[in-house]
Design a protein around this ligand. Sequence first.
Ligand SMILES: [Zn+2]
Length: 518
Amino acid sequence: MNSQLTFLFSFLLSTLLINFSSAYQCFQTPDIAFLPLLEEDFSFLNTDSTFPNLRINADFSSIQKSPLKEYIEKDLLPPIIDYFQSALKVKRPLKGTIKVPASQVNLCNTPTPKIFHTEGVEADLSLLVTAKALVNSTCAAKAYACRRASSGRPVISKLILNTEFLPLPNGSYSIHERNVNLVMHEVLHALGFAEPSFQHYLDESGNKRVNHVRTIKVNGEERTILDVEPLTKRVRKHFGCSSIQGALLENDGGHGTKNYHFERRVFFNEIMSSGLIPDARLSELSLAVLEGSGWYQPDYSFAEPFFFGQGQGCEFYNGANVTTNTEEYCVEKASSMGCAPTGRGKGRCLSDYRSDRYKFFSPRLEYDCANIEAEKTASLKGLEAFGVKAESRCFSGTLSFEKKEQKSTGFCFKYQCQGQGLDTVLEVQIGNNKAFCTSQGPIKVEGLSGELNCPDPLAYCNTVGEKFCPKNCMGRGDCVNNKCVCKHGFAGPDCSMMMSDKSSIISEINVLTTFNKN
Ligand SMILES: [Zn+2]
């Protein structure tokens, strides 16, 4: 590999691989609502006609011209806007355009973009995007609403990107995916998944909700929950506990973290627990919060599968008598590696500041099977498979080229699910060899010492091993046999990339070709 490129990638990785345990504390600016409320069209509520799709506009005029601005404007925000415009319908679209009186020279603490004083912005939500270096801040990005419609729905929201945490992908799909997840998390805040917005939520009849954010005793502790339908119903079903009163909100972190997110301990890689865990999932639960706001009607085919804590029951959810050796948590020393509960990568056994001291095999980009650069950290070099095209997953075991006994660790292997029901066989590709998991437990692999830990094939193939279309192809393609077929001009496993734009994103395969040529 070209040494300059190696350097570039090591640099990018080192900038990204901020310690999981200390990362990303954001202190949100409180909601400001000093402008006149905007008028909405209520007519869709009283007819059988379907609600119109949400219209989102993004303004980049305050960002200085740079390659990063190009990336944010052309590659990063457009797929996210396409996703939410396709996934959400708005119950009360705005009448006319979003305008601001000429006297209002500042909007969300930055100079008002001219268009708000002239013809106005034609959208239901306007995102004012800024990007600047917040040196010495651990906040990667933040978003808040600064103007609402009369229904309480945010119509102008500020999105602040900390350039210290926003690397240019330069061909890496993994870095682009990480940036997309970060910004999608923020846009969910901007849409109303945030403490200041909760108080404006409406019920099915359009009246302000009451008592939906409340403190209850959970396992002897005072905890804040968000109880709106269909969220509570879906949370109960997910965890398999009918007595759940609402979604547990984060109780750790400062203002802007606490009560702005799902609790990390039980919602681990749900995107609204954090957008910065590799393989974060925008699940039905985040969409159900948006539906519960009373402002939107989500299309749940845009939800990504989410398996953390699935079916684990009330004790798991409440944190009572949780044996820490469930699949979700780990008890090992931080030096030991295992498979992250997301299934897509390896991780070290660590807690983070939001996790109520519980430890996870914490996924990181440098061990993510979907990151082609993670090959450097492989313990079975040449036999493991990395990169988004490999579609490999993490399998644990003690496999080794050496004869002496090894500690358990994680490996990235390609795999296939064969058969159905109880006859399901998980075929694991180890180099040129195939290992067949027919039931849960350790098996031997030809040519290697140690063992491969087979997961239960049926359970595995129906959860973390199941292939799916990420983000439902961002509304930019069709999901065919669990693969995105992108519309013309779009590319990538989730169609979040531009086919034509060679300046900032090219496919990983092209990068590989470049590497091999050099
Ligand atoms: Zn957040």
